[in-house]
Design a protein around this ligand. Structure first.
Ligand code: PMP
Ligand code: GLN
Length: 380
């Protein structure tokens, strides 16, 4: 086996979901909703499955989805993408792999932000990249100029950001993005911008794509996921958007990763992306309501809940809640003894992990959240 994979554990999401399945615990670990997504989008997929071709679609995606993605970002984020600048992938995970593998040459430095989504570092290592980590700190996880200056050098080829950020649930502001953009431009680097949570932003905050910033249109690879936008995480339909100079290398990697993605799910994603703003607004307020329900219930049970500005997640601070064991031991105890699966924050660190925070997914029905609140109150 490649040494890269030999010592790699199974991802924390799969491990905790397997534990939840085995023990019958409430699964607030891996981030997925317990609804079946918008029924009209699911019906559009079913119809496309029966009425349309089930053979290989074009490698870069079906034209109507490429068009729909460009149009969606024109309407929602004022971006001026053309359909030729969109490549459909099998989930954002494949887009990340294609971007990291095609843009890096071994030895290139890559700026990453900790806590980091678990797929980034193994992919950077696979590509021979040299990770340079920027540490973000609770409770607000803000990006500072000093931290960036310690990570960016003239050898930086790529930076990878995620906003809203999984797992911290922080949304990057225009000022933070401008600090990053300034350094990406100075290093003549490319920014891989993982925006899978772009529609799940709360409290009147606005998601900003760094692609919209001056000087960044030509040097940003913007990654999105229909699975997240439509609460259909199993679909694995994603995309990457970039200027023509970047779509060349991106397509070359994509052709030997998956080549293409189920055409019927692509058609349904295209249908869904055309929905009006009211749909996305309603989705955001539903998730905000679930966030508040879980946060309030946990607080009443004595838990110190950290702020959540976006994503499906909120976190609790174990130390401030009076728990003096580390996050992994706590999550083991929580799932085995109290029947709730959660994700230890340390899984999102490459070095010096934060070990006193636990992530919980609130994208669940009220009764599921209420049952979890009641079990969590006993776990303190
Ligand atoms: N990036 C981030 C930050 C994520 O949270 C996720 C999944 N939750 C992904 C990428 C993967 O998205 P997909 O399921 O579309 O591959
Ligand atoms: N991104 C999801 C999460 O953060 C999990 C995705 C996966 O299991 N790979 O929970």
């Amino acid at each position: 086996m490649s040494p890269l994979f030999a010592n790699m554990p199974t991802t924390i999401f799969e491990r905790m979901s397997a534990r939840a399945r085995e023990t019958g615990a409430i699964n607030l670990g891996q981030g997925f909703p317990d609804s079946n997504g918008p029924s009209d989008v699911v019906e559009a997929a079913a119809k496309a499955l029966i009425e349309r071709s089930n053979q290989y679609p074009p490698m870069a995606g079906i034209p109507e989805l490429r068009e729909a993605v460009a149009d969606h970002y024109r309407r929602h984020q004022s971006l001026d993408l053309t359909p030729n600048e969109v490549i459909v992938t099998s989930g954002a995970t494949e887009a990340l792999a294609a971007a990291i593998l095609s843009l890096l040459t071994p030895g290139d430095e890559v700026v990453l932000f900790q806590p980091l989504y678990d797929a980034y570092l193994p992919l950077v290592r696979l590509a021979g990249g040299v990770p340079k980590l920027v540490r973000l700190a609770p409770p607000d996880w803000r990006v500072t100029a000093e931290a960036l200056d310690a990570a960016f050098t003239s050898r930086t080829r790529v930076a990878i950001i995620n906003t809203p950020l999984n797992p911290s649930a922080a949304v990057m502001g225009a000022d933070e993005l401008a600090l990053i953009a300034e350094r990406v431009i100075a290093a003549d680097a490319v920014l891989i911008s993982d925006e899978v949570w772009e529609h799940i932003v709360f409290d009147g905050l606005k998601h900003i794509s760094p692609m919209a910033l001056p000087g960044m249109r030509e040097r940003t690879v913007k990654i999105g996921s229909a699975g997240k936008i439509f609460s259909l995480t199993g679909w694995k339909v994603g995309w990457m958007c970039a200027s023509p100079a970047l779509t060349g290398p991106l397509s070359r990697a994509h052709q030997f990763l998956t080549f293409t993605t189920a055409p019927n799910l692509q058609a349904a994603a295209a249908y869904g992306l055309a929905k009006e703003e009211t749909y996305f607004k309603a989705m955001r307020s539903d998730y905000a309501r679930s966030r508040d329900r879980l946060a309030e219930g946990l607080r009443q049970g004595g838990w110190a809940v950290l702020p959540s500005q976006g994503t499906y997640f909120l976190s609790v601070d174990l130390t401030a809640s009076g728990i003096d064991i580390d996050d992994v031991s706590f999550c083991d105890r929580l799932v085995d003894a109290f029947g709730v699966a959660a994700i230890p924050f340390s899984a999102f660190y490459a070095e010096n992990p934060v070990t006193n925070i636990v992530r919980l997914c609130f994208a669940k029905r009220d009764e599921t959240l209420d049952a979890a609140i009641e079990r969590m109150a006993r776990a303190r």
